[in-house]
Write a protein that binds this ligand. Structure first.
Ligand SMILES: CC(C)(COP(=O)(O)OP(=O)(O)OC[C@H]1O[C@@H](n2cnc3c(N)ncnc32)[C@H](O)[C@@H]1OP(=O)(O)O)[C@@H](O)C(=O)NCCC(=O)NCCS
Length: 169
């Protein structure tokens, strides 16, 4: 762990970090069969998660990691893709952002939940050091469940990292 800066920060509800981006998928986003690259969706998730993390922390942020990216359905050229993000939980300098991806067939208006992703973003101060961020104050049962599940994912991540380090020692 490196030195981090502290600030006087008030808890914030997830509703204050809600962020949304919509993009129309073109041929440049897809492979030869017309299916959109997973990487295109990942980039959109990273962008919207960054916006949510900046809204929550009021700082610039970097992506420390991404896990649990599932693709439930293919996305096709011509679909409208919407990514929605909010901060599920915040710790000392890092936060978990949950992202829901939906794709819409514009002609039929059919909307499908295509992916869910969880990203860890770290807030940085002006010198590029990790900096303290506000806690998350859940306002609803769903927000409380998201915070609880984010804590489980963080605990699993840290215990996996410790197990790997001990395994090498
Ligand atoms: C993320 C980064 C700032 C962490 O720096 P660090 O020196 O490890 O700092 P710390 O050990 O103090 O960790 C800071 C926080 O990041 C978290 N963190 C660090 N590495 C992580 C990882 N791989 N996954 C999830 N969280 C991580 C820590 O748990 C800590 O969180 P906490 O303060 O809430 O407990 C640093 O690794 C970095 O700059 N990485 C490159 C980020 C980047 O460029 N992303 C763009 C994609 S290429």
């Amino acid at each position: 762990m490196r030195a981090y800066t502290t600030r006087r920060v008030q808890p914030r509800p997830p509703s204050q970090s809600c962020s949304e981006l919509t993009r129309w998928m073109g041929v440049g986003d897809a492979n030869v069969t017309g299916n959109v690259h997973g990487g295109t969706i990942l980039k959109l998730c990273d962008e919207v998660a960054g916006i949510a993390a900046i809204r929550h922390s009021g700082c610039r942020v970097v992506t420390a990691g991404m896990d649990r990216m599932t693709f439930l359905h293919p996305v096709s050229v011509g679909n409208l893709v919407t990514v929605r993000a909010s901060v599920n939980a915040a710790w000392r300098t890092s936060m978990e952002v949950g992202v829901r991806v939906e794709s819409e067939n514009v002609r039929t208006r059919e909307v499908r939940h295509t992916s869910t992703a969880y990203l860890t973003m770290v807030a940085l101060d002006e010198e590029g050091r990790p900096t303290e961020i506000p806690a998350v104050a859940p306002g609803t049962e769903v927000e409380e469940r998201r915070r609880r599940e984010a804590q489980i994912r963080r605990d699993n991540r840290l215990s996996e990292r410790d197990a790997l380090v001990h395994g090498r020692a």
